[in-house]
Design a protein around this ligand. Structure first.
Ligand code: ARG
Length: 457
């Protein structure tokens, strides 16, 4: 079939350019959006008298048949199908004949592609949302099932203070919760209809764009046709969203990789989520979460790739904009595959309570001693210094803070009393932190209750 734009050309397109120019290899997945957009658009031009009732019926039925062929996997793309728009229109013509040629009246592929991508996103975002929810649910369930487990909390990857395992795990819930909020927020800006902007200057046939927006499920239609055909902000926002989200996932993965190492031994990945080595028979590798960590680089790359494509583009539509799709599809595909995997890793994770308890070293209680002195009127800075000396004394003796005697403590400060050893208790240290957002059991329970109320919404 001749090209949509073949009329003014004397020669056929160079074969390599044809391949280079084509986007059907990746934009075919927009078929449902493209067809939905065309069905709604046919309604718009019918309403202003461009299509007869019979033509509208033929176009709608024909498009539905094309969609069914795509759904069934029987659609055959031809080498001449430059992009999804061309492919659908070519096939529609084969099915219904000349009436197909009226569908594109007053429309351009410029407003069509901008509409397709937004419709596709509006369809994919709820799918993504459910996957994020699934991971959040796995986190909450795991935290709740191991509420009594204590572990060292780290700063600078150095043992800092004792915390609940559930508190550590729940910290990731809140990162994901913010990600969900960001996703909802950006959806408002996705939900703006470009169709009716035509190539750049607007539709000439007086179509009702608000009705078109409503028919397609958009919140509203865009205000400026020039902006509408060139705006890829919502793709960039989605890619930023994905990059930040993936960064959170990579941090969770990194903690899990560390904690699953022989040196920590706090957790063990289930066999179903681990892989082996081709040479070392003993190995059980956390490839699942290493890949999640590794994908973060690629997600940032997708964002940067689009931003650089957009930078400095002249108004309005430029073919460079075709380069928005592969990064977007890559990001969405990656997320949709990895999220259930990561949720499975968390749900099946084996928790080694004894190894975590064994890692609770006395130094983790140094802050308790300083707080003890504060409660006896010693300014915190001074208390900090005194306890530093106690740590040094214990180090020089090769013993722990709990092994120092009351006399040892009193030799450092007369403010230490007989009860000093009472504060040297991991469980007590945890339960002291009952402030909202703290690691005490009651505070973590309250945190989980709030998290669950978000999940129920
Ligand atoms: N494949 C193109 C894209 O993704 C569709 C729009 C083409 N428009 C044009 N005037 N060539 O951007």
């Amino acid at each position: 079939m001749s090209k949509l734009w073949g009329g003014r050309f004397d020669k056929p397109t160079n074969e390599l350019l044809e391949r280079f120019n084509a986007s059907i290899g990746f934009d075919w997945r927009l078929y449902a959006a493209d067809i939905a957009g065309s069905i709604a658009y046919a309604g718009s031009i019918h309403a202003v008298g461009i299509l007869t009732d019979a033509e509208l019926d033929a176009i709608v039925q024909g498009l539905e048949q094309v969609r069914a062929e795509f759904d069934a996997g029987t659609f055959v793309a031809l080498p001449s199908d430059e992009d999804i728009h061309t492919a659908v229109e070519r096939r529609l013509g084969e099915i219904i004949g000349d009436a197909a040629g009226k569908l594109h009246t007053g429309r351009s592929r410029n407003d069509q592609i901008a509409t397709d991508v937004r419709l596709y996103l509006l369809h994919q975002i709820p799918v993504l949302r459910e996957h994020v929810r699934g991971l959040q649910r796995a986190i909450v369930d795991k935290a709740e099932a191991h509420l009594d487990v204590m572990m060292p909390g780290y700063t600078h990857l150095q043992p800092a203070q004792p915390i609940l395992f559930a508190h550590w795990l729940m910290s990731f819930f809140w990162m994901l919760q913010r990600d969900l909020e960001r996703l909802d927020d950006l959806t408002r800006r996705v939900s703006v209809l470009p169709l009716g902007s035509a190539a750049l200057a607007g539709n000439t046939f007086g179509i009702d764009r608000d009705a078109l927006a409503a028919a397609l499920g958009f919140d509203r239609s865009c205000e400026n046709s020039l902006d509408a055909v060139s705006d890829r902000d919502c793709v960039a926002e989605t890619l930023f969203w994905a990059a930040l989200f993936q960064m959170h996932l990579s941090r969770l993965s990194e903690d899990l990789i560390l904690y699953a190492s022989a040196e920590f031994g706090f957790v063990e990945l289930d066999d179903a989520y681990s892989t082996g080595s081709s040479i070392m028979p003993q190995k059980k590798n956390p490839d699942s979460i290493e890949l999640v960590r590794g994908k973060a680089g690629r997600m940032v790359g997708n964002l940067v790739s689009l931003l650089i494509t957009l930078k400095g583009l002249p108004s309005t539509y430029d073919k460079d904009l075709q380069e928005d799709k592969e990064p977007l599809f890559d990001a969405l595909d990656t997320l949709e595959l990895e999220l259930p995997v990561l949720a499975g890793v968390v749900a099946t994770l084996h928790i080694n309570t004894a190894r975590m308890a064994a890692a609770l070293r006395d130094e983790l209680l140094a802050t308790e001693l300083a707080d003890y002195l504060v409660r006896r009127g010693v300014p915190f800075r001074q208390g900090h210094h005194i306890v530093g000396q106690a740590v040094r004394l214990a180090l020089s003796r090769g013993c722990g803070l709990r092994d120092l005697t009351t006399d040892d403590y009193r030799s450092l400060s007369s403010h230490f009393g007989e009860d000093v050893h009472n504060v040297l208790d991991f469980r007590r240290a945890i339960e002291q932190r009952s402030v909202s957002g703290g690691t005490a059991t009651a505070a973590v329970k309250a945190q989980i209750a709030v998290a669950k109320s978000f999940l129920d919404k």
